[in-house]
Design a protein around this ligand. Structure first.
Ligand code: ZN
Ligand code: ZN
Length: 343
């Protein structure tokens, strides 16, 4: 069975490994059709992903087919096409007990902490499979990225008609924008990359005036102009950039919310009077929950959200070792690379 292993930073190797064993009672054996590549994978390839150990089989954005199920499995059947919730939680820690398995104290993410889906077949807990009768494997593999955005929007509790600002229009920021729009918000996008801002206008329907190029614009002043002096009531940072995250405390309205979706390994500092004067609510958002996956599948099935235009690059599994390095360069224009593991 073909497998792709990230042996060490910069070294992806095609190897053959034995077939997985039969699924145990609560497990399913799945065939992997599509694997989306995201920033986490690119950082791991470059050796810049914190807490990452090698060798590792990457792949946490998965479109799979159920090949066999264990005796206790009832949520999926053989032949089902599924998205995979790649967050394996312990089930008994304080976060799990309170309905927040996405931030389990023992969380293991497929393709990050344990081996993921860049292989033809593997075993997953069946409860982590979310089937759809109508979606393609491409669409199913895009659900996880969407989940990050959906969860962040759910955390913020967006109300219809509010103006939100999204800092960073990469895949995670685009996912936040999609769900903020679905929640009825007006969205202002802020990025350093004019091409990404144009994508927000052309693909997500943002008004041309609601795009802010932060390389040439005073962001606070422009956000004020766009909101009659109020500033946005919710601001999402999807950059994971320390300077952006520090500056983001200046962007929400008084009484507003600031949601950190992107992350980096370091400290964020802020001015306390600035934070207090506004009575800001600061929220972290990590991964997504099962409810988010079901919500997303419904939105994609109904056509309200379609992310297949995000796929800018494609490769078969055997071509990935040659192509992966190129995807790590911003000038490649990668928004979402999609790997076909099997057809
Ligand atoms: Zn990802
Ligand atoms: Zn737990």
């Amino acid at each position: 069975m073909k497998t792709l292993v990230l042996e060490k930073p910069g070294h992806l190797a095609s190897t053959a490994v034995p077939e997985p064993s039969a699924p145990r009672a609560a497990e399913a054996l799945v065939r992997v059709h599509r694997v989306g590549v995201c920033g986490t994978d690119l950082h791991a390839f470059r050796g810049r992903q914190p807490f990452f150990t090698y060798p590792r089989i990457l792949g946490h954005e998965l479109g799979v087919e159920v090949l066999a199920i264990g005796a206790d499995v009832t949520n999926v059947a053989v032949g089902d096409r599924c998205a995979v919730e790649p967050y394996l939680n312990c089930g008994h820690c304080i976060a799990c007990r309170r309905g927040k398995p996405n931030c389990c104290t023992q969380l293991k993410v497929l393709g990050v902490h344990i081996d993921g889906g860049l292989r033809e077949r593997f075993i997953v807990p069946a409860a982590k499979l979310h089937p759809s009768r109508t979606l393609t494997y491409d669409q199913l593999a895009l659900v996880e990225t969407l989940g990050i955005g959906a969860h962040a929007v759910q955390r913020a509790g967006i109300e219809t008609g509010e103006t939100v600002a999204v800092l960073g229009a990469g895949p995670i920021g685009l996912a936040v924008i999609q769900f903020a729009l679905a929640a009825g918000a007006r969205v202002v996008a802020v990025d350093v990359n004019a091409r990404r801002l144009a994508f927000c206008r052309d693909r997500l329907g943002l008004a041309a005036t609601d795009l802010i190029d932060s390389t040439s614009t005073d962001v606070v002043a422009r956000l004020g102009e766009l909101t009659g002096g109020d500033l946005p009531t919710t601001v999402f940072d999807a950059t994971g950039n320390p300077a952006s995250m520090a500056a983001s405390f200046n962007f929400p309205a008084h009484g507003g919310r600031l949601v950190f979706v992107g992350l980096f390994t370091g400290d964020v500092t802020f001015n306390d009077p600035n934070f207090h004067r506004r009575e800001l609510t600061l929220l972290g958002s990590r991964n997504a929950r099962s409810e988010d996956f079901r919500h997303i599948l419904a939105l994609v099935e109904s056509g309200r959200v379609d992310t297949t235009p995000w796929i800018t690059h494609r490769a078969a599994l055997s071509d990935v070792p040659d192509q992966f390095e190129g995807w790590t360069h911003p000038e490649s224009g990668v928004l979402k690379a999609m790997i076909a593991v099997t057809d």
